[in-house]
Design a protein around this ligand. Structure first.
Ligand code: KIV
Ligand code: ZN
Length: 387
């Protein structure tokens, strides 16, 4: 049966943990509205206990969005949960996201807690949160470096205390897709009533596998994916949600899963984050980079002119980007140059190109991209030759 996958966007929380990124409250509200237009199911608007500004931002987002569920983040502490209760009070749809680390390195070096103390804290705080929220999401931080048996024990404690969403964070981006599959196999086999709960994943990109891990999780039992727009976030960032959405769209034959994402709003969403975060999107970035729909080599340009599906699996129109471009450079072929000249209003045929193309090659050898102006100069020469 086709699965419904929820998108949980944490651009405003984990995304803002990017060094140098500090969104204003107005920017956060604008981003939240755009995320709603893009179709995300949950917006993590901030960490209300962290600062007055974060509290006010979660409050403002809660008031601004109407369809999308809003969440605040809370450590497994009652004060953090109280701050989430107050900050999301006006949200039409809300949940809370409670986390505590479960891995040995975090228990021993950071929390100085025994396994039993961690379990008791989960029980205590999740049941406290459940008094205020119908939906309590619990994250065992650093889940992927947690002993498999203890991970199950922590999850069972959380669900027994009222959690309905269990998020599996790959906090340090350590795990690979095959290991995610094994991790989910263990959860499916050992978590009590696994099918009753929503399983989510939250992948970091330290080894460049955040999107691949998110997609592998969809295949293995996750029905919620957490990430950020443009993959911004702590250290190397989070799973880029626009890439997860595009992969699900292009490979629906493979994933047999659907979502609420409005693909045409993708580029607009990415542009907004890039602008407010003051982080230009790399040209070669998948789906939203400036070169994602640009083809330079002669063989590729010739293929594109014959049938765009030769080299494009996703159209720019589909993600709301302008259009495919065939920039002319030293690797371009005669077919692309002739097409461009005809678009510019010159009427040239294959025979004309035998004369024009060597002039083009000459120019292309000494410049990165041959501009329309460069082509006009070449055509002026050509008319002198042919006159
Ligand atoms: O990366 C992480 O573990 C987190 C948790 C708070 C979910 O961001
Ligand atoms: Zn994170």
């Amino acid at each position: 049966m086709t699965k419904q996958i929820q998108f949980f966007d944490t651009t405003l929380r984990d995304g803002e943990q990017t060094i140098g990124v500090n969104f204003s409250i107005d920017e956060k509200v604008a981003i939240a509205k755009q995320l709603e237009a893009w179709g995300v199911d949950v917006i993590e608007a901030g960490f209300p206990v962290a600062s007055k500004g974060d509290f006010e931002a979660v409050q403002a987002v809660s008031r601004a969005v109407k369809q999308t569920c809003v969440t605040g983040l809370a450590r497994a502490r009652k004060g953090d949960i109280d701050a989430c209760v107050k900050a999301t009070a006006d949200a039409a749809h809300k949940q809370v996201h409670v986390f505590i680390a479960t891995s040995p390195i975090h228990r021993d070096s950071k929390l100085h807690m025994s396994k039993q103390q961690v379990i008791d804290t989960i029980t205590d705080c999740v049941s406290y949160a459940h008094q205020f929220f119908d939906i309590v999401e619990f994250s065992p931080e650093d889940a992927t470096r947690t002993e498999p048996d203890f991970l199950v024990e922590a999850i069972n404690a959380a669900t027994a205390a009222g959690a309905t969403v269990i998020n599996i964070p790959d906090t340090v981006g350590y795990t690979n897709p095959a290991e995610f599959a094994a991790l989910f196999k263990n959860l499916r086999e050992n978590v009590t009533n696994f099918d009753k709960y929503t399983f989510s994943v939250h992948c970091h990109d330290d080894l460049g596998m955040a999107v691949a891990n998110s997609l592998a999780s969809i295949e293995n039992g996750a029905t919620r994916i957490e990430g950020t727009i443009n993959g911004i976030g702590e250290r190397a960032g989070n799973a880029a949600l626009e890439e997860v959405a595009a992969a699900m769209y292009v490979r629906k034959d493979y994933y047999d899963a659907t979502n609420n994402i409005n693909m045409k709003e993708t580029k607009r969403t990415s542009d907004m984050i890039s602008k407010f975060a003051k982080m230009p999107v790399p040209h070669n970035k998948a789906v939203v980079g400036a070169n994602a729909f640009a083809h330079e080599s002669g063989i590729h340009q010739d293929g594109m002119l014959k049938n765009p599906q030769t080299y494009e699996i996703l159209t720019p129109e589909c993600v709301g980007a302008h259009k495919t471009t065939l920039p002319l450079g030293k690797l371009s072929g005669s077919h692309a140059v002739m097409t461009k000249l005809n678009e510019m209003g010159y009427h040239v045929n294959r025979d004309d190109m035998k004369v024009i193309f060597p002039h083009f090659k000459d120019k292309a050898d000494h410049t990165d991209i041959v501009s329309e102006n460069d082509l006009r100069v070449i055509m002026n020469k050509f008319s002198e030759v042919s006159a």
